[in-house]
Design a protein around this ligand. Sequence first.
Ligand code: 9WN
Length: 512
Amino acid sequence: MDRTAQLTARTTAPTTAHDIAYDPPPGSPQHRAARVLEANWTGSSTVPSRALYPHQWSWDSAFIAIGLRHLSPSRAQTELETLLAAQWGDGRVPHIVFNPSVPLDAYFPSPDFWRSSTAGRAAGAPRTVQTSGIVQPPVHALAAWLVHEADPGLSRARGFLARVYPRLAAWHRYLLHRRDLGGGGLASVVHPWEQGMDNSPCWDAPLARVTPAPARSFRRADLDHGCAGDRPTDLDYGRYVRLAADYRDGGYADGAGAFAVEDPAFNALLIASEHALARIARELGATGTARHARAERLTAALVERMWDPAREIFLCRDVRGGGLIPERAVCGLVPLLLPTLPREIAAALVRTAGGPHFGLGAATRLVPSYDLLGEAFDRHRYWRGPAWFNTSWLLERGLRTHGERGRADALRTALLDLAAASDHAEYVDPYTGEACGATGFGWTAALALDLLHARGAPAEADAAGQAREARTDRGDEETEHSERTEHTEHTEQAEQAEQAEGDMGLQRGDGG
Ligand code: 9WN
């Protein structure tokens, strides 16, 4: 066990019988995945990796909760609530919640770099917990809904959804209002780490405008664990540091930064989560109609602003540079997740995933993070080619949502085979499946567990149900224009009411 792992080893009592609802048979794939989640559990949340990422990460926790719900719905609830307890007053959910018992030099940038409680004061950063000041993709409402579904009785008894709803609503509101930097209704990311696919070639052009912080002004901790050839370069890191430092020095106020990009995956996840919030609202006694309608409007904006019909993929939009970024990356396939995506676009995305640029089902078994034929392709370097398990899980869900059962089954089988064979690696070589990065990685184990649990009908039923519900709320496809207008006005009123409910809920909480 290395130094960080020793210092952060769980201090709480070991698992108690009532905590773990399902104990998989020893030696089974479920058991092996469960052991990873157990080893990474700190008592209130789960680290992505004991050595490389020894704190709580935002979108990791959402994916982890989705798997953890099959072992312990109460732990999965706690996972999300621990993260949401660190929410800022302006609604942002920070990308890292720092564990105070982890040494400062175990991960860079550390809490003394972000200085959230002082630099983030005007934005409402919490005083008692240290966090980063940037965000990550909003998978949380989707995760909260799936966690609820794992044990609705327990969820209702504990008031889980009633507690998280106002925080999730405020989170979405932050993204839709403070982060609409392009003015087209979609959210922008202001740092490559926010999008979660940190070193994607999609960022190369917008990042080139950023003056890097000198390499001697910071010390990278990732190179203590990862191989330098697989990690971002020092030049990239210098730019990441500059962007984060400038954001911090501006009090984490939004709008002024040198980097602003609308990303299709980030926005697709926001839309999927908005559909999930509609379901949560409905469970809590509201109609949810306004949220489904908003998700519809966002889907239309996504198509209008980012769909490239010639390349048959969604592209990122460089808000500062003013145009679409002509790079094919997995983020452009993630919108397949959306239940009400126009049919011809869903069909085109399926073609692109299986075509020469991603090779899914032919040259590759999991979806590569970047274009196999792209100039910047590198099969081992972070997000410039390797395949991650969370993006393949999202694609699997998307394929199932759009009735591509055979392809979804093949992807599920590949994901399970490679998760087990790679010792739940962080990511794999897209051609060979060779393990890369950390092993015992949180979301790899969690999402494998989810797929093991869902084998067959439940996931399909869930995806199909989601599509049906969203379509029903959208109204009959043939609805007359006048009826649509009326519907829109009605839903806007409902949306305002839902927003007010969310506001009240957040005020009742401690705001972080
Ligand atoms: C920066 C934790 C995170 C993931 C990201 C992944 C990597 C961090 C880093 O690890 O990012 O947030 O230091 O490279 O790219 O998706 O959430 O697992």
